[in-house]
Each structure stands twice: as structure tokens, then as C-alpha cells.
Design a protein around this ligand. Structure first.
Ligand code: GDP
Ligand code: MG
Length: 163
């Protein structure tokens, strides 16, 4: 059985980088896909033997004014509602922020399954920030580096039983 995975989190944590890594070469097709709304980017992902649909909340980068928080909430809620699993991404180099806590609350109430990922965890610079992720009450933060392709086996291990 396949599933839909939504990548959610505040801007700049690396959601789109992870999306691109999971979608790989087929990214070019993404924009042509019918039914893709402007702000939620959708693609066919593969990770090991898993095949699934991945959603990236791509519209967030474009907003720089005070409406960001409301817009982020609405986009996140849509991504949550259209997915079976949410991959909530935080920045391991920064640690948990107030915005992360705000999103964790939404996800706890609304999402069917939440997986927490601490991105930018390559090297040692992310260790403390990733450990802070435990405080969100969403279980163990999976340490990944979307840019360098690290932690993908751990992500696979968590997703496989849910597939
Ligand atoms: P989004 O706003 O959440 O979609 O984040 P982006 O995917 O656009 O990435 C934001 C910035 O973080 C970019 O400069 C990326 O190159 C950088 N970035 C993404 N993943 C990683 C990572 O694993 N390690 C590091 N060091 N930087 C990353
Ligand atoms: Mg993005």
C-alpha cells in the first residue's frame, strides 16, 4: 500500500531540499502534474523499495510580511489533511524555536502520524539542536542531512512499517 507524506515545518529548515532528494530526477514532471495547487508541490518519491507521494509546502518562501504565520498555519493544515504521514522538519543547527512549538501543537492535534526529523545534522554541529527535538513530544528526532543525503536509512526504517 502506498501513502502520502507531507513535509512540514517553518521556512528554511530544508523541506524543499528533502523534497527534491526524495523525488530525484522526476522533479521536472512535478509542475506539470494536474491537480497541483500553487502552494503545495507534489511529487512521486522513492526511498529504497518505498514508493509514495510527497508534498512540500512550497509557497512559504514567497511571504516575508506579517501574514507569514497565518499562511504557514493554513498551508500546514492543508498539507496535513491531504497526507497520511507528516514529516515535521526542524533545523538541528538552530534547535527548537517558538515557531517549531507552534507547529508541533497543530500536528499533534491534526495529523494522523507525525515523524520528527532534525535536518542539517551532518557533522557534529547539529547534535545539541537535534536532541532539543525531544521536547516537542513527537518521539525521537531522526537526524538527517537532506543536502548530503545522510540519515535516509533511518527515515526508511521509520516509514517502512507505516507503508
Ligand atoms: P525550506 O524553506 O524549508 O524549503 O528550506 P530549503 O530546502 O529551501 O533550504 C533552506 C536552506 O538550508 C538552503 O540554503 C539549503 O541549502 C539549506 N539546507 C537544506 N538542507 C540542508 C542540510 O542538510 N544541511 C545544511 N547544512 N544545509 C541545508
Ligand atoms: Mg521550501
Amino acid at each position: 500500500m502506498s501513502f502520502t507524506l507531507a513535509i512540514v515545518g517553518r521556512p528554511n529548515v530544508g523541506k524543499s531540499t528533502l523534497f527534491n532528494r526524495l523525488v530525484g530526477r522526476r522533479l521536472a514532471l512535478v509542475d506539470d502534474q494536474p491537480g497541483v495547487t500553487r502552494d503545495l508541490r507534489e511529487g512521486d518519491a522513492r526511498l529504497g523499495d518505498l514508493r509514495f507521494v510527497v508534498i512540500d509546502s512550497a509557497g512559504l518562501e514567497m511571504v516575508e510580511d506579517g501574514s507569514l504565520q497565518g499562511r504557514m498555519r493554513r498551508l500546514t493544515e492543508r498539507a496535513v489533511d491531504e497526507s497520511d504521514i507528516c514529516l515535521f522538519v526542524i533545523d538541528a543547527r538552530i534547535g527548537v524555536t517558538a515557531a517549531d512549538e507552534y507547529f508541533a501543537d497543530i500536528l499533534r492535534k491534526r495529523a494522523k502520524h507525525v515523524i520528527l526529523a532534525a535536518n542539517k545534522a551532518e557533522g557534529a554541529a547539529g547534535e545539541a539542536g537535534a536532541a532539543e527535538g525531544w521536547s516537542l513530544g513527537l518521539g525521537e528526532p531522526i537526524q538527517i542531512s537532506a543536502e548530503h543525503g545522510e540519515g535516509m536509512e533511518d527515515l526508511y526504517r521509520v516509514l517502512k512499517p507505516l507503508s
